[in-house]
Each structure stands twice: as C-alpha cells, then as structure tokens.
Design a protein around this ligand. Structure first.
Ligand code: PG9
Length: 626
C-alpha cells in the first residue's frame, strides 16, 4: 500500500473567509461535541492533491459509512479546529452517525490542479495521468476507505447544483464502494441548464456570478467567490437596459479578465465547447443506486434534474434510480419548510417530509441496510392539487398526449381549429421596451417569478393571451410540454416565449402567504415558461435566419410539470418575445448577439397563426384519474 502524507492545514487568510461564513445552525453544538474534524491533502493519480475535510464521529466503538460532497464552492471553514455548523444533507444524518467528507474539486480553493468548467473530456483516459471527475472521485474514495479508521467501506455522494454535477460525475468513477448517490438540481449540460434555454441567454442569473469563478492561481488558493461586482443599482431592468448589448459586459464590468465569461461570449451556439461539457452522454454502465432530486420552480437547473433522471433511467434499466420533484426553488428541499413560493401556498410543509422519508431513507438503506419501506421510484408533488403522488416511471405512462390549441379571439381549447381562413394575432416587439419578467424591478434573480402572478402584464400589447373556458373538471398535466407555433416576423431573428398559466376563479381566497395588496381571486399563476431563440429552431448548433414574412414552424420543449388546473379554474397560454432581464434581448436581426451593437437592435412585428392551415398548439400529457 502506498504511504500517504496526512497534512493538517491552517491558512490564516482562508480561515478568515471561513469565519465570515460562520454562524450557528441547530446542530452546531452537537457537531462540536460529537465529531472530530481532520484535514487532508488526498493525492490523485497524477500527483495533484485535493483538499479534503473529514468529520468523524467521536464514538469509535462502531463503524460508519461515508457521505461525501465534492464542491467548487469551498469546503469552508478551513482549519481543523473550525467546524461546519451543519453536516450532510440534513440533520437526521448528523444524529444517526456518518463520516462526512467535503472536498474542494481540482483547481478550486485549496486543491491543486486545473479547474475546468463542467470538466470536459470526461473519460478520455489515454495515459494513466489523464484525470477527470470520475478518476478524482475514484482516487478519493479509494484513499478514504483505506485511510479513515472505522469506515464500513460504503460511500454515498450528494451535492446540489454544481456539486450536483460533481455527484453525477462521481458515478463515472464506477468505484464498487460508491453504493448511493444523490445528484440534486444537478447541472448536466451548462448550455441548457444555467446558461441558455433553447438558445436564449439567461442574463440576470449569470451576469454577476462569474467574477470569482477563477482557477486557483500560481499555486495559491482561490480567494472569494462569485457575485462580487459592486453594483449599486436596485433596478435590474434599468441597469441592464443602460448597459446595452452583451458585449458591453466586458467593456463595463468584466474588462476581459474572466475566461469563463469570455467562453460564454465566444460560444453562443451549442457548439463543441458545450457538447464536451454534457455529462449526460456518459451515464452508461452505472451500478450505483441514484436518487435525483429537483424543484418544479428551480430557475437554474430544472433541465439538469429532469434530464439526469431520464437519462440514467433509460440507460441503466437494471439500476435503482429514484426521482423526486417537489414545489421547490433551487435547493429548496435542503432547507426550511417549503410551504410556499411567493403568494402560492402548497398546503403545508414539503421539505421535512422529503428529507425524512425520501432522502434519509434512501441513503440509510443503501449505506446502512435499513429497510427501504414503501419508497416509490418516483415521488412528485402535484402543484395545484397540493399533494404528493407516486409513480413507477416518469413521465407517467398513464399520461396521454393531447394538443391544446391557440385559437382566434384569444381562445384556448383541446379542439383543433376548423375552416380554411388564415387567422393570426400580431404584436410589435421592441428591444427598446422589452417585457419585464417581474412586476417589481429588483436587481437580483427573483426566483418566485417561476410561479408568479402575470396580471401585471395585462396592459402590454406585446403579450398575447389565449384562455380556456372555465374547467368543468380537474385537468392534470404530467411530463414535458412541447410548444408548436406557426409564426412569421418582419425581422430575421426573434425570441418566442410560451408561458402556461393557471387562472384562479375570482372567488379564490387568499392564503397565509398571500402578500398584502395581492388578491388570489383572478390570480394568473405561472406554471411553466420557456423561451426559444428563433434562429435555433432547426438545430442548436446551426443558427438560421427567418425569411421575413414567411410562415415558419417553431417547435421547442417546455420542461416537465405535474400540475392540476382545478375545476372552476381556466388554463391560459401567453406568447411574448422578451422577458427582461431574465433573458438578454434579441436584436431581431440575424447577428451574433454576443457581438451585436446597439444599432443592430430593431423593432419587429411578429405574427402567431391560429387557423387550421397553420395551427399553433401545445402538446401536453393529460392524466385522466380525477
Ligand atoms: N447552478 C448554479 C450556476 C452555475 C454556473 C453559472 C450560474 C449558476 C450554481 O452552481 O449555483
């Protein structure tokens, strides 16, 4: 067996950063009393060392499985005498007794080597020194089970968001000791997760995230982390309008100094740069049991949660793959009660139930052999009806495809348009006056836009609305939605955003979370929305201009939902061409938008067709069990 050096670190500057993040959690005292912390530099096969904090139960009379989180966001606090105030995915784990391991991934904070965004070139192992997240996980697990006393030889990995990606990538280690993993809101394909949605760039979520996203440099630990621009404005709409086209982000803020931001500006299409960073291509031959967790209202990595599950389940039919989707924002299941998002109430707490009955039960079973009980493969929260449902597969087999048509006169129906007359609705989309994505123009990324009331757009002439009759019975839709629009534009490029809304009856009453001056009567709750940047309508890697005036089909996937429109409610579909500053503006001219000048931005008139000749409709999956 190789001999390894266990190095204890205390680095004053990093400890200071750690102390800033301090504070007390409910388990802080318990952890200090019952766990001992160690810090190691764990050697990888290419000689680089990854910084790893290990918290071991003081009671050494028995063995414990290992729970590991690999992160690019720092394992802080640093220093063997400075403790985290919470450990593991939830408090149950702390009290049940596990060995908790946190590791800075390659090139971040205290770990050596080169950090590469979403680690491209996975599984390219030409020499024994070729490394990736799979080999780093393998080498770490191997080291842990051989060097940490009193471990059971079983390892679980979990992580949320970017650490969710590292959790998915840990599966590529295919280490036999890795028996359970839970990628949570895992980034899977950055171009489709946080970055672009069908080619439309998610501006506000990304803009100030990247300044601190640098590699450890000159062998010194990385300092600080994202969101470090000193922005004084409180009005994001005004801030981004004044900044102008995307290229001004470098002129005014990034000053060409952050490689990852330049990668975004230089690769607007789904080119090889992004394809190389899609971990979904690699999820074959997985034997580890997996629990994928996500939130229906995750404004960052909804695509990742849904598609990590779908890909794992499809490519590994014999492996236990579980999937939980709740009414949560990004990471919302890990903290708090999850009773509401904004004005919308979910009927009671949702987070504690998941943490106890799904997450803890899953890991306990695979790591400690406790009974799995009746844990179903799919646990999905049905929004609108406010109840948990279980399924064997996702989307549920019992959900049948149906078309929901946008009809003349602002109507919406499951009945297709008839007659031969060409009909359409039109609006002028003006990049100088884009549609806001929230009523309150805040600087940050308001996650509650995901189920927010859309009545604030009632006076906008550039938002088309199509509404069903009042429903005479509950309508439940489950699974993914496809928008199929027939459109034309006077420009050569255009964004189209489709929003699916649940319109409450005027008699609906407020709940305990409804904000003052909001009335739930008539509330237009957003259930799902997705944009497409029209030039990518045929291929994400081959943008194509529109021919002005020509009727053109545009089809794109809206992500999955499980939602019941209750009897007495109405379904509404809205179509618009901007959602600012959530999404950057489209100049409506076929140009490289990341390099466009202000003078490229032009008004255009868009038409959405609604007749039999050129129908516009949504494909939804409807469950008829109500
Ligand atoms: N999903 C997050 C993110 C990554 C990269 C860019 C922007 C956001 C996150 O890890 O929080």
């Amino acid at each position: 067996m190789k001999k390894f050096l266990l190095i204890l670190f205390t680095l004053s500057s990093v400890a200071t950063f750690a102390q800033r993040r301090g504070g007390g959690g409910p388990d802080a005292e318990y952890i200090k009393t019952n766990y001992t912390k160690y810090e190691y530099q764990v050697p990888m096969r290419d000689g680089k060392k990854l910084f790893t904090s290990v918290y071991v139960p003081k009671d050494q009379s028995k063995k414990y499985p290992i729970m590991m989180d690999r992160t690019c966001y720092s394992v802080s606090p640093y220093g063997a005498d400075v403790y985290k105030t919470s450990l593991g995915p939830s408090t149950q784990f702390v009290h049940d007794g596990y060995i908790f391991v946190y590791q800075d991934v390659r090139g971040r904070y205290m770990s050596e080597g080169l950090f590469k965004e979403m680690t491209p070139e996975l599984e390219v192992h030409k020499t024994k020194n070729d490394v990736d997240e799979g080999t780093d996980t393998y080498d770490t697990i191997d080291w842990l089970i051989k060097n940490i006393p009193n471990n059971t030889g079983k390892v679980g990995v979990w992580g949320i968001s970017y650490p969710g990606f590292y959790t998915t990538a840990s599966l590529l280690s295919r280490h036999p000791a890795l028996v359970a993993a839970s990628p949570q809101a895992p980034m899977s394909d950055l171009w489709r997760d946080d970055g672009w949605h069908n080619g439309a760039f998610f501006l506000v979520a990304n803009f100030d995230f990247y300044p601190g996203f640098t590699n450890r440099q000159d062998d010194k630990p990385t300092q600080g982390r994202g969101r470090s621009f000193n922005i004084t404005s409180n009005d994001g709409y005004d801030f981004f309008m004044k900044m102008g086209p995307m290229k001004n982000t470098n002129r005014d803020w990034y000053k060409d100094t952050v490689k990852l931001w330049n990668d975004i500006l230089n690769h607007p299409d789904y080119d090889q740069h992004w394809k190389d960073r899609n971990v979904l291509y690699h999820l074959h031959d997985i034997k580890t049991a997996v629990l994928v967790t996500g939130g229906w209202y995750d404004a960052e990595d909804l695509y990742g949660a849904i598609n990590t599950y779908k890909t794992l389940a499809k490519m590994n039919p014999k492996t236990p793959v579980y999937f939980t989707m709740g009414p949560w924002v990004h990471g919302g299941w890990a903290r708090g009660d999850g009773e509401n998002l904004g004005d919308v109430y979910f009927g009671g707490p949702t987070g504690p139930w998941y943490r106890e009955n799904v997450e803890f039960r899953f890991f306990s079973h695979y790591l400690k052999g406790t009974p799995l009980g009746d844990l179903a493969p799919i646990n999905a929260f049905e929004t609108g009806a406010n109840k948990w449902k279980t399924y064997k597969a996702w989307p549920p087999v019992e959900a049948a495809e149906k078309s929901l048509y946008l009809l003349p006169g602002g109507k919406l129906s499951f009945t297709a348009p008839a007659g031969t007359k060409e009909t359409f609705d039109e609006y002028v989309s003006d990049p100088a006056n884009p549609v806001p994505f929230t009523p309150n123009k805040t600087m940050g990324m308001s996650q509650d836009y995901m189920d927010g009331d859309q009545r604030f757009l009632a006076d906008r002439k550039d938002v088309l609305s199509y509404t069903s009759d009042v429903l005479d019975k509950d309508v439940t839709i489950a699974g993914n939605i496809w928008a199929n629009l027939n459109v034309s534009t006077t420009g050569t490029d255009a964004d189209f955003i489709v929003k699916v809304l649940d319109v409450y009856p005027d008699t609906a009453s407020n709940n305990k979370y409804t904000r003052p001056n909001v009335k739930m009567g008539g509330y237009q709750q957003m259930v799902r929305s997705e944009p497409i940047r029209g030039k990518y309508r045929n291929a994400f890697d081959k943008p194509e201009p529109f021919v002005p005036g020509k009727v053109t089909p545009v089809k794109w996937e809206l992500q999955d939902v499980l939602h019941t429109f209750k009897k007495g409610h109405r379904i509404m579909i809205q179509v618009q061409s901007s959602m600012f500053p959530l999404i950057d503006r489209n100049p409506q001219k076929f140009v490289d938008i990341m390099k466009a000048d202000e003078s490229d931005f032009q008004k255009a008139t868009h038409k959405v067709y609604t007749g039999k000749l050129h129908p516009s409709f949504l494909k939804v999956r409807v469950i008829n069990d109500n």
